[in-house]
Design a binder for this molecule. Structure first.
Ligand code: PBG
Length: 335
C-alpha cells in the first residue's frame, strides 16, 4: 500500500528515534510476561538438579522441586509452564506404554503443581518420544512410524495427562488425525475444558538437538523424523496443517522452531486469526547462550531482540527457555 510521505527533509524518520521516551511512544509491539510459556524438564529421584550441558542455564529437576519452579514462575507472573520428562531408559519400550502411566514423571509433577500452585497453567506434550525405545514420536513397526496405531497410543497418553490435571495438551507428534482423536477422547471423558495447543506446523529441524539431550532421546532415536515432521522448504503446507488441526478441534496453534520460521508465524496469524505461538527451541536457545558465553554477542540484548521478533511477526506468545530470565528482567526493570 503506497503511503503519502513528504520528501526529505520534511520527512525525517530519525525524529521518531531521537530518545528512549520517543521510541517507547511509537513502538508497535511489546514483549510482556503474559506472552511467556516456560518449559521445564523433570527427572527421577529426590532433590535432584541436573544441568543440561548443551543448554547453559537449564536444569532438569526432580518432582519434589518442580512445584518450587512453578511457584517462582507464578510469582513472576508467567501464565503457564510446560513439562517434559527425562525418562529412565529402562522404562522405555517399543510400545511407549510409560506415556500413559498415571505415575509417570510429568503426571506426578502436574498433580504436585496443581496442589501447591493452583493458579499457574500446566501444559504437557503429547508425543511418544520420551517414552519410546525407538526415540520416535509414534510407534515404529518394521522401521516405519505407523500413523493409525500411534493415534491409539497418543489418545491414551492425552487422557492420562488430562486426568493428572494438565490444562493444556500440546500434541507435538505430527501424526495425521491426532487432534480429532484427542479432542473426541477429551469430550467423551468429561474434560471439556482441556485446551489443545497444537504443534500444527512443526518442522523436521536440526535445532532440536539439545532438547533430545535434555530428555535423553538422542541415543535412542533411530533415523530422523522427516516422514512426519514438515520439510523446511514448505510454507503453504503449514497453512494446510493449521487448517486441519483447527477443523479437528485445536484451540491454539504453534509454529516450531521459532526464529528460522517467522514467515510461517506471520502467515498463520494473518490467515487464521487464532492464538498463535512460536516455540523458540533448544537449539535457538543454545546458540544465543553459547555465543554470549564466548563474549561474541550481548546475551541479554539478543534474548530480548529474539523474543520481541516473535511479537512483531504476529505471535501471541512464545514457549522459551528464557521465560524466567525475561520475566525477572521485566519484574526488576520493566522493559
Ligand atoms: N515431540 C517431542 C518434542 N517436543 C518438543 C521438542 C523440541 C523442543 C526443543 O528443541 O526445545 C521435541 C523434539 C522433537 O520433535 O524431536
Amino acid at each position: 500500500m503506497p503511503h503519502p510521505t513528504a520528501p526529505f527533509p520534511m520527512t525525517r524518520p530519525r525524529r521518531l528515534r531521537q530518545a528512549d521516551w520517543m521510541r517507547r511512544l511509537v513502538r508497535e509491539t511489546t514483549l510482556g510476561v503474559d506472552d511467556l510459556i516456560w518449559p521445564i524438564f523433570v527427572t527421577d529421584g529426590v532433590d535432584q538438579r541436573q544441568p543440561v550441558a548443551s543448554m547453559p542455564g537449564v536444569e532438569r529437576v526432580s518432582v519434589d522441586l518442580v512445584a518450587e519452579k512453578a511457584n517462582e514462575a507464578a510469582g513472576l507472573g508467567i501464565p503457564c509452564i510446560a513439562l517434559f520428562p527425562y525418562t529412565d531408559p529402562d522404562v522405555k519400550t517399543p510400545g511407549a506404554e510409560e506415556a500413559w502411566n498415571p505415575e509417570n514423571l510429568v503426571n506426578r509433577a502436574t498433580r504436585e503443581i496443581k496442589k501447591q500452585v493452583p493458579d499457574i497453567g500446566v501444559m504437557l506434550d503429547v508425543a511418544l518420544d520420551p517414552y519410546n525405545s525407538d526415540g520416535h514420536d509414534g510407534i515404529v513397526r518394521d522401521g516405519v512410524v505407523v500413523n493409525d496405531e500411534s493415534l491409539m497410543a497418543l489418545q491414551q497418553q492425552a487422557l492420562a495427562h488430562a486426568e493428572a490435571g494438565a490444562d493444556i495438551l500440546g500434541p507435538s507428534d505430527m501424526m495425521d488425525g491426532r487432534i480429532a482423536i484427542i479432542r473426541q477422547a477429551l469430550e467423551q471423558n468429561d474434560f471439556p475444558d482441556v485446551t489443545i495447543l497444537s504443534y500444527a506446523a512443526k518442522y523436521a529441524s536440526a535445532f532440536y538437538g539439545p532438547f533430545r539431550d535434555a530428555v535423553g532421546a538422542t541415543g535412542a532415536l533411530k533415523g530422523d523424523k522427516k516422514t512426519y515432521q514438515m520439510d523446511p522448504g514448505n510454507s503453504d503446507e503449514a497453512l494446510r496443517e493449521v487448517a486441519i488441526d483447527l477443523s479437528e478441534g485445536a484451540d491454539m496453534v504453534m509454529v516450531k522452531p521459532g526464529m528460522p520460521y517467522l514467515d510461517i508465524c506471520t502467515r498463520v496469524k494473518r490467515e487464521f486469526s487464532v492464538p498463535t505461538y512460536a516455540y523458540q527451541v533448544s537449539g535457538e536457545y543454545a546458540m544465543i547462550q553459547a555465543a554470549a558465553q564466548n563474549g561474541w554477542i550481548d546475551g541479554r540484548a539478543a534474548m530480548l531482540e529474539s523474543l520481541s521478533a516473535f511479537k512483531r511477526a504476529g505471535c501471541d506468545g512464545i514457549l522459551t527457555y528464557f521465560a524466567k530470565d525475561v520475566a525477572t528482567l521485566i519484574a526488576e526493570e520493566g522493559l
